[in-house]
Design a binder for this molecule. Structure first.
Ligand code: NI
Length: 181
């Protein structure tokens, strides 16, 4: 019984390590995914409002980088200090008050890439146990380092898909206006 249980636990640990490896690969691949999504996007398209009150692609790119600044701070607090209060930020204020509508996309992308690779350097060297360390999010409560990596990986991928949808919307509109002419 004891050895059978032991084998089961090892299997589980291997699975968790594979999941973690997959997650880290996705986290590291996020910047390239975004770069590929943005390839060939014109200035007009960067500043195209998909709907009243919705962010442009330029603002979305700034928002992704804003979020990475917060994400890396939260993840490093938990990874290094094994606890911490994870405070929220007002994402609209950061875009509206800190010039998101004017932000050069390449500046946002290079900052994002530097933050993500700088942080991944540490993630790659942490003991497996560190991914279970938790911080206290001021709204959603206890959250582990692994859950945060998952959440911020998903966040970038979600916004990359949103950017791809805006590109499609813009292309469809452009073709529509060509036909009207
Ligand atoms: Ni977001």
């Amino acid at each position: 019984m004891l050895s059978a249980r032991g084998t089961g636990q090892e299997g589980e640990t291997e699975l968790e390590q594979r999941d973690l490896e997959q997650l880290l690969l996705r986290y590291e691949a996020g910047v390239n995914l975004l770069r590929e999504t943005l390839a060939g996007v014109s200035r007009d398209l960067l500043d195209f409002k998909p709907a009243p009150g919705k962010w442009t692609i330029r603002e979305l790119t700034a928002h992704i980088t804003d979020t990475e600044i917060v994400a890396v701070h939260r993840m490093r607090t938990v990874a290094a200090e094994r606890e911490g209060l994870l405070t929220v930020f007002d994402q609209d204020a950061w875009i509206n008050e800190l010039f998101g509508a004017q932000m050069p996309v390449e500046l946002a992308l290079s900052c994002l890439a530097a933050l993500r690779s700088y942080h991944a350097f540490a993630l790659r060297r942490l003991d497996a146990s560190a991914f279970s360390f938790t911080g206290s999010h001021e709204v959603s409560g206890s959250v582990s380092l692994q859950k945060m990596i998952q959440g911020f990986t998903d966040h970038l991928e979600h916004h990359a898909a949103q950017i791809a949808a805006i590109i499609q919307q813009f292309d469809a509109m452009s073709q529509g206006s060509d036909r009207a002419e």
